[in-house]
Ligand binder design. Sequence first.
Ligand code: AMP
Ligand code: FE
Ligand code: FE
Ligand code: ZN
Length: 272
Amino acid sequence: MNEFRADLHCHSTCSDGTFSPEELVKHAHEIGLKGLAITDHDTTAAFALAEPTAKSLGIDLITGIEFSAFHYETSIHILGYSYDPENSAIQELCHRQTIRRNNRNALILEKLDKLRFPVTMEEVIALAQTARVIGRPHIAQVMVKKGYVRNVQEAFRKFLGDGKRAFVPSSAIGIQETIDAIHNGNGLAVLAHPHLIVKQKVLRQLLEMNFDGLECYYSRFPREKNQKWIDIVVKKGWLSTGGSDFHGEVKPETALGCAWTDYASFQKIKKI
Ligand code: AMP
Ligand code: FE
Ligand code: FE
Ligand code: ZN
């Protein structure tokens, strides 16, 4: 593959992926990607770990992150790119997210206990190993290990998925404060996978906010599903990004590089 492709959405073992930051860069190189952003949930840790490998393999690596936010009880994901990882507004938001997650994870384990599928925090922490951020996929993997479910997908379908028996909604961190933190860190804020937003009113309101771009090309959505988002970014003069949302073995159906960002868009996001 000679064409320039950059995957700007993937997760490492710093959050809920199963490839380490170094392994992600190596895998990107193997499959012919030229650019990469590791967008772990609520942590900036992967960039520094991946940078030496990216330099040695000639992969253009930019900083990335995926923040969870809430808007009228709808969970929205916001991607941040090319920000300064040392910026205090970004780090404060990561810290608030960690507290939010810890509280929520404890409530999920309480629910599982009541359902007689006990999982302890020690078991989750042991499984998560190097993760800075612990989320539902880690709890799901412990459930698989303990024989409660056959795989991570079944854990989400029966227990952990939105609205399911052990689901706990998250306390709110807002969209605007998330965009502001990314901008404060000199980064670009991109609305992640708009394809997945069901409530049209929420979508309309989000599109009025000061995002810098939309993730028009996402995972394995077919071309015709992307066109709607491309039309919107053209109209607004926003950036168009693309990424796989690769998580490794916890989401085996999604391959790294199955959606990508082209050269022209990547250069704008890289802000050289
Ligand atoms: P959390 O960050 O704890 O709210 O968990 C959300 C994460 O769980 C997403 O980023 C995905 O990695 C993963 N996830 C969500 N739904 C599923 C599913 N149905 N099967 C497997 N993983 C999922
Ligand atoms: Fe995830
Ligand atoms: Fe997401
Ligand atoms: Zn993601």
